[in-house]
Design a protein around this ligand. Structure first.
Ligand SMILES: C[S@@+](CC[C@H](N)C(=O)[O-])C[C@H]1O[C@@H](n2cnc3c(N)ncnc32)[C@H](O)[C@@H]1O
Length: 210
């Protein structure tokens, strides 16, 4: 029998000393304590690896919060001067994210757009090597077509929380399960994508545009 919690604790025990950007520390150091949760450390590590493997120059992040995943990816792209555009509609949270970018020394490689992703994403026209989807889950299926349009051929869409339908989720989040199910169905059946779901964090979809 596979015990996922035991596996996760074991992995975290291996990495907790080494990690430069660590979620717990990052959250403690930020002034704003009332924010939407950020990615787990295993997801942050995976994003960093992916950015490095792709040598991503242009990254779009949908859903910034206090900027933990942004800082994780920026710590890699700054090696070769890549750029991250990240979208957040909560001004207070966005302000805190900006301060965290300064503190982490990555502001030069990050542009934050304050506004509603539902309007901003369809208005974008630049191509991206990597798109990290981590916004309100109800927007995942609505923004999927734009994400595919904005990806370069060979570019990668990563979407967080896609195992919500099967994990032990707090009932207050259950209303987010139907849009995630719809997103998962659309991604899995899309002929333009080569995709799978990795059981790290709360489930991470990885889809390459063919
Ligand atoms: C899960 S958090 C992002 C966490 C972040 N990626 C990290 O791991 O550090 C989702 C964020 O999306 C923002 N958000 C929700 N709906 C939005 C929308 N329609 N447009 C822009 N941002 C939105 C929320 O305010 C929240 O900060």
């Amino acid at each position: 029998m596979v015990d996922l919690i035991k596996i996760r604790n074991y992995i975290e025990s291996l990495y907790k000393e080494k990690e430069e950007t660590n979620r717990k520390r990052f959250q403690e150091e930020t002034e704003l304590k009332d924010f939407v949760p950020v990615v787990d450390d295993d997801v942050a590590r995976y994003l960093k690896q992916l950015v490095k493997m792709l040598k991503a120059n242009k990254i779009l992040e949908i859903g910034t919060s206090i900027g933990y995943s942004t800082v994780s990816m920026a710590s890699i792209v700054k090696e070769w001067g890549g750029q991250i555009t990240t979208i957040e509609y909560d001004e207070k949270v966005g302000k805190q994210a900006k301060e965290n970018f300064v503190r982490a020394g990555v502001s030069k490689w990050v542009e934050i757009i304050l506004g509603d992703a539902k309007e901003i994403v369809p208005s974008l026209s630049q191509e991206y090597d990597l798109i990290f989807q981590d916004v309100d889950k109800r927007l995942y299926p609505l923004l999927l077509e734009d994400c595919i349009r904005l990806l370069k051929t060979g570019g990668v869409l990563v979407a967080e929380d896609t195992l919500f339908p099967v994990i032990d989720l707090d009932p207050k989040w259950h209303y987010l399960i139907p849009p995630i199910k719809e997103f998962n169905r659309l991604v899995a059946s899309d002929e333009r994508l080569e995709s799978t779901i990795i059981p790290i964090g709360d489930g991470v979809t990885v889809a390459i545009k063919k």
